[in-house]
Design a protein around this ligand. Sequence first.
Ligand code: OGA
Ligand code: MN
Length: 299
Amino acid sequence: MGLEVIPTDATLGATVRGVDLTRLDDGTFKKIEDAWHEHGVLIFPDQQLDDAAHLAFSRRFGALEQSIRRTRSTGISNLSNVQADGAVAPRSSLQARFLVGNTYWHSDSSYKRVGAKASILAAHIVPDTGGETEWADMRAAYDALDDDRKAWLEDKVAVHDYAFSHAPFGGLEILNKEELSHLAPVEHPVVRVHPATGRKNLFVGRHASHIRGEDLEESRKLLADLTEEGAQPPRLYKHIWQVGDIVIWDNRCVLHRGHRWPEDQARTMVRTTVAGEIAGNEWAIRSESPRDKVVQGEF
Ligand code: OGA
Ligand code: MN
């Protein structure tokens, strides 16, 4: 059975079939990596990876990224509304509230000095309805801007701020003082060039608070508008999960968001994050065996 890459109808995303991610030779991995660079999001149906296989596949893309709960977790995290006792977390609980933040367009870890390279998400428990994940192609969003706007944005720098984006969803409550001290606001260019493809993209989303040197409220609105206008068809792909699916996306050029689901139903997704490849990235995990799992949803 050969590797098959089937693009979606949108400007991003492709489904990959004919491969077992637990047995990946270098040639097949290279084809997958090339397809990932081209499509930004790859969907691998029916892989049923356990955590060890999920971690091993993730490490093919680079060093894993340290979670925001620095001292309490390592390379793999559960985004789940299932409590440690097996019950579904009530809507008012911190665990459930934190997950709601993921329903706004974002690039994982863009509030860190070095944002994430890849996120790799596997469906373990899916609800009967809802709970889809959606991605937006911010390369195509940049391409669609008119020349004046491209020129104005070219040298602009956005402030990305964990406290700004997470405070409404309990993000300050889930971290201790030491963990929060590593999440001071950071700056990233609004227009970035993808290191592998050379394509420009709009680097915005919910963590982007405002533009440095511009009016705070006006630039906040502008960033929100860029996100909203960028995340429109044909630049959108929405995935309806089946248990065992695994998806990898490129946080350097696509945004994503989750959709709500009936709050009395369980949903458990397991995620790894590949660290951004910038020399001296303090969020990259050097150790080889991150094994702990956090029970609360996080990212
Ligand atoms: C994530 C995320 C959304 C979802 O895993 O980083 O934002 O649909 N997930 O669970
Ligand atoms: Mn996310």
